[in-house]
Design a protein around this ligand. Structure first.
Ligand code: SF4
Length: 326
């Protein structure tokens, strides 16, 4: 939960999660919809789905007991090199290193490394150096000490005066601490314009559940999609409703414009209130595993991606929709 998320935000999520799933068995029995709902707002939903899959795998392949070997731990869904190192060393004191951003920063400065922070060669060198230093029988303390050194002393603004390893630090010796680590090469940013429509019918709104092979699998949304070249946002809504759910709708007014980001994408979401041009709309879901009309006050039971949650938050405070109880 704490990956890519500030610890202060994580605490209530963690408490709610542990209240619902206090042990592996209760998690392995959980429904994906309920797990996603508890995770809603943390982003990177594949982590929630993978925890659920991992719990089921542990129950089925490892008789409900968390595996202790690095090989078995890394075979679990969603567990990569870092998490394998963290679990195997901290829980089982196995001789594996655990390379997080703090550890990378410490080594970049200690060894005065001039490779960019996100270069694979930089990661490999830090890993090799840490493995060479790993003291036998003390992986647990070594990894935690390194991570805390980065978190509490060798921070972005390091406190070299109180650093226990300052006598070994090459970048301090050479007066280049402020140039280490070498910043990561900039990530590509892609701007996307998207339109969505909230279709009202007899006091209810239409939502659909995203497919397992799509972005945000298993989350719910209002139908919509990417605005094509030369298209107005309201035309996109009309086209997407026809393509996705075989409904003819009319965007009657703009609700708001929402901005949000995920991975490299910076999304502008144009949101419209729609009505159906037929008296009894009967959607046929082509881009979703299921869908339904629900009362706005029931939307809280479903997990939505952040753009659509922002849209609902807006509608909750927008007097034009006050009679609907979003
Ligand atoms: S001496 Fe300063 S730069 Fe070097 S490891 Fe310690 S805190 Fe980091």
């Amino acid at each position: 939960m704490a990956q890519q998320t500030q610890m202060g935000r994580v605490v209530p999520y963690f408490e709610r999660w542990m209240g619902s799933y206090p042990d592996l068995e209760s998690l392995a029995e959980a429904e994906e919809d309920d797990v996603l709902k508890l995770w809603e707002g943390l982003g990177y939903y594949s982590r929630a789905r993978n925890i659920l899959k991992a719990a089921k795998t542990i129950r089925e392949r490892f008789n409900g007991e968390f595996p202790s070997s690095a090989e078995d731990i890394s075979s679990l869904p969603g567990i990569g090199e870092y998490t394998t190192g963290a679990i195997s060393s901290i829980a089982f004191n196995a001789p594996n290193v655990c390379i997080d951003a703090n550890v990378k920063r410490v080594f970049a400065r200690l060894l005065n490394m001039d490779l960019p922070f996100n270069a694979p060669a930089f990661h490999d060198r830090v890993k090799g150096e840490a493995e060479a230093l790993l003291p036998e029988g003390h992986a647990r303390e070594f990894n935690q000490a390194l991570m805390e050194l980065g978190q509490l002393v060798c921070m972005k603004k390091p406190v070299c005066d109180m650093c226990p390893v300052q006598s070994f630090c090459l970048s301090l010796k050479r007066g280049v601490v402020d140039q280490r680590p070498v910043p990561a090469s900039p990530r590509e940013v892609v701007k996307v314009d998207v339109a969505t429509g909230v279709l009202f019918h007899e006091g209810r709104v239409l939502i659909q559940k995203r497919r397992p092979d799509d972005v945000w699998p298993g989350l719910w949304e209002f139908p919509g999609g990417v605005i094509e070249e030369g298209e107005k946002p309201e035309d996109t809504v009309v086209r997407e409703y026809l393509e996705e759910v075989e409904l003819t709708v009319e965007p009657v007014e703009k609700i708001t414009v929402v901005k949000y980001s995920y991975t490299k994408y910076r999304v502008t979401l144009h949101c419209y209130q729609c009505t159906s041009l037929v008296s009894a709309p009967s959607p046929v879901f082509h881009e979703a595993v299921e869908g339904c009309f629900v009362q706005p006050q029931q939307l809280g039971q479903y997990a939505f991606p952040s753009g659509h949650r922002k849209l609902m938050e807006h509608m909750r405070g927008d007097l034009r929709y006050s009679q609907y109880n979003f």
